[in-house]
Design a protein around this ligand. Sequence first.
Ligand SMILES: [Zn+2]
Length: 201
Amino acid sequence: MHRSLQYFIVNAVFPLYEKVVMSLRPIKKFPDPVLRQPTFEIGEVDADVRKLVGDLVETMYAKNGAGLAAIQVGSLTKLFIVEASITGGDANDHPIVFINPKVEWFSPETEVADEGCLSFPGIYVPIKRPLKARLRAIGLDGKEFVAEGEGLYARAMLHENDHLNNKLLIDYVGPVKRQMIRRRLEKMSEEEADELQAQGE
Ligand SMILES: [Zn+2]
């Protein structure tokens, strides 16, 4: 009677009457130029948006990611998801969907922690971020909500929100390290990227 975790989560995201065919999408790896293209607000949470969220959920779980922004799979929309265990939920909760998010507040206290990104497979860099952050966004149900997080939750929201503004992990490091990361990723084969992504964001 065991269903896969993914199946359960996705049924929690989507009403049972709606059939959403999800597809695994390839993740754009730096320096793919799409990661620097402007993103646009979503006008209406319609079937296309729900399909996109389904794809993001499937892709994020396949890659053990903590979060994923739509631009990372090539959709230039202001949308990202954050995995539930980070947001204070348990393993059976569905990811939180942030549509047209705005950072409303962040704490003056900061914290430095190593951060990874599915668009930078195998790369981890220490990044200083606010300890707490509050975002306002639209959910998959079309309703506005406010999410306030601390530590990893705040970090995940701010990291994904950065993607919507074309700010990437590599922008937080100095020029020497930036060059090293760029060279490493340019040389990386798809197979190696896949393997490293399977270890998670
Ligand atoms: Zn990322």
